[in-house]
Design a protein around this ligand. Structure first.
Ligand code: C2O
Length: 544
């Protein structure tokens, strides 16, 4: 195994998109940021230097960080932010993971532009469980704002209103030729005729689940969230923010140019408008024009923005390639509601209550809207025994039972704010029912757990029924993921074994929802002996 050293300089860089130059926060002046390529078993040492005027941290999304929670990255959870002018070296080893992950900033909305791919090849001398593709291309889906994303979220927090939606979706940082001033800002993905190509698709968008399709080409899914799956073929992918999907695509069509297109799914922001982003899949050596006449690529058919049937068909097609060791018994049976809320405002404070009917938007798990501690990270407070930073009384069942997916009155449930964690004993076998609610609106929530992969053993619509829905549990070959798309007005059930000590955030990967508090943290205690315990913090760990 190898050790890879990298320098990441977070800095403002001029980036031209949608007709204008923007002073954009990037890593090393690149947008999207650098692609990291490693083998399973390798160690990464990344020195992050913050030359931007914002606090920053980097999270290695999906990396298990076994015993190295200090390198996980979410601000105020496992570290204090790296202040402007500061630096921090992240050091971690890849243990038993292969496929596509990514890295992103985990501070305010910085990840809108601070993100990149993290590709993990099999160990030296080992191979993919499928035929080696001729070419491999990372495809990062993103969102672009004309305004500074940090200002967008600050404004929303100040007013209590929903933040402005993005101005474009992007593919490898480019909006594509359907957007204004963007005919040259279109990503071209080269494939070889008669060969198999691998696309590593990553949804790095801030706030939007996305459909993905390629005109006239079928996609064979072979991995997701850096775990292999039983291959299946589809014409459209759906990825929630945070999720990755590796697909094989055969160059079996007449050589030419085909659109790769991305469109919003399950947007609370209303129906499809002008938000279809494109790239071009081009067979190698295909000209753009013949005798001066431009050949327009063919457009794929994409599902409508509210096509939950297609999204569900896709998300329920995942199986692990072999029988897996999903815990059959559980020690912790947890039930978390995930959804939005509205907080009333005290009379006369309307400036900060510009949500529906003079309320503020909020979000919660089990009625607790998660608040980051201001002066310590939770992990540091836990490790050093600093009192008063967090409490361990997170309720693991909702305080009120109701028809979660019904048409609810807005007065029913107003979350309370708190920095509450839930303690898990080392090695506990945990089940979490993630129950979507329909408070304000039902949405597809991509729920991401740090520090672990989990099995998704079932999903469904309506209220989870512990009497009957357990019959749907797949305890044989459920998929391994780090982000579960909880269906709109439905539920997902996940299981994992708490064998990684530390403090691990679980949250909705729609950043607007984490801003509003749709998160909590697990505190996993040390086991016995050094190999079951958290390492000591690095000496350069940022302090607040
Ligand atoms: Cu990809 Cu907490 O994040």
């Amino acid at each position: 195994a190898e050790t890879h050293y990298h320098d990441f300089v977070i800095q403002a860089t001029p980036v031209k998109r949608l007709c204008k130059i923007h002073n954009t926060i990037t890593v090393n002046g690149q947008f999207p940021g650098p692609t990291l390529e490693v083998n399973n078993g390798d160690t990464l040492v990344i020195n992050v230097v913050n030359r931007a005027r914002y606090n920053a941290t980097i999270h290695w999304h999906g990396i298990k960080q076994i015993r190295t929670a200090w390198a996980d990255g979410p601000e105020f959870i496992t570290q204090c932010p790296i202040r402007p002018g500061g630096s921090y070296t992240y050091r971690f080893t890849i243990q038993g993971q292969e496929g596509t992950l990514w890295w992103h900033a985990h501070s305010s909305w910085l990840r809108a532009t601070v993100y990149g791919a993290l590709i993990i090849y099999p160990k030296e001398g080992e191979f993919y469980p499928f035929l080696k593709p001729r070419r491999e291309t990372p495809i990062l889906l993103g969102e672009w704002w004309d305004a500074n994303p940090i200002d967008v979220v600050r404004q929303a927090t100040r007013t209590g209103a929903a933040p402005n939606v993005s101005d474009a979706y992007t593919i490898n940082g480019q909006p594509g030729d359907l957007y204004r001033c963007s005919s040259k800002d279109t990503t071209v993905v080269i494939v070889d005729s008669g060969e198999t190509n691998l696309l590593r698709v990553i949804n790095a968008a801030l706030n939007q689940a996305l459909f993905f399709a390629v005109a006239n080409h079928k996609l064979t899914v072979v991995a997701a969230d850096a775990s292999y799956v039983q291959p299946f073929t589809t014409s459209v992918l759906m990825l929630g923010p945070g999720q990755t999907t590796d697909v094989l695509i055969d160059g079996n069509q007449p050589p030419g140019r085909y659109y790769v297109a991305v469109r919003a799914y399950a947007s609370a922001q209303g129906p499809f408008d002008n938000t279809t982003s494109t790239a071009i899949l081009a067979y190698k050596d295909t000209p753009c024009s013949v005798q001066g006449i431009k050949i327009n690529p063919i457009f794929p058919s994409l599902p409508a923005f509210n096509d939950t049937a297609t999204a569900t068909t896709f998300s329920t097609s995942f199986r692990s390639p072999r029988q897996v060791d999903v815990p059959t018994e559980i020690d912790e049976n947890l039930f978390f509601t995930v959804g939005l809320g509205l907080n009333n405002c005290p009379r006369g404070v309307s400036r900060s209550c510009q949500g529906p009917n003079g309320t503020r938007f909020t979000a919660s798990m089990n009625n607790i809207s998660f608040v980051l501690p201001p002066n310590f990270s939770i992990l540091q407070a836990h490790h050093q025994g600093i009192p008063g930073v967090f409490s361990t009384d997170f309720p693991v069942v909702p305080p009120v039972k109701f028809d979660y997916t019904g048409n609810l009155s807005r007065s029913l449930w107003q979350p309370v704010r708190g920095t509450k964690v839930y303690k898990l004993k080392y090695g506990a076998r945990v089940q979490v029912v993630l129950q979507g609610t329909n408070i304000v609106t039902g949405e597809n929530h991509p729920i991401h757990l740090h520090g672990y992969d989990f099995y998704i053993i079932a999903e469904g619509f309506g209220n989870f029924n512990p009497q009957t829905d357990t019959a749907k549990f797949n305890l044989v070959d459920p998929p391994t993921r780090n982000t579960a798309s909880v269906p709109v007005n439905g539920w997902s059930v996940i299981r994992f074994v708490a064998s990684n000590p530390g403090v691990w955030l679980i949250h909705c990967h729609l950043d607007v929802h984490i801003t509003w508090g749709l998160a909590m943290s697990f505190l996993v205690e040390n086991g016995v002996g050094e190999l079951e315990s958290l390492e000591e913090p690095p000496v350069d760990l940022p302090v607040c």
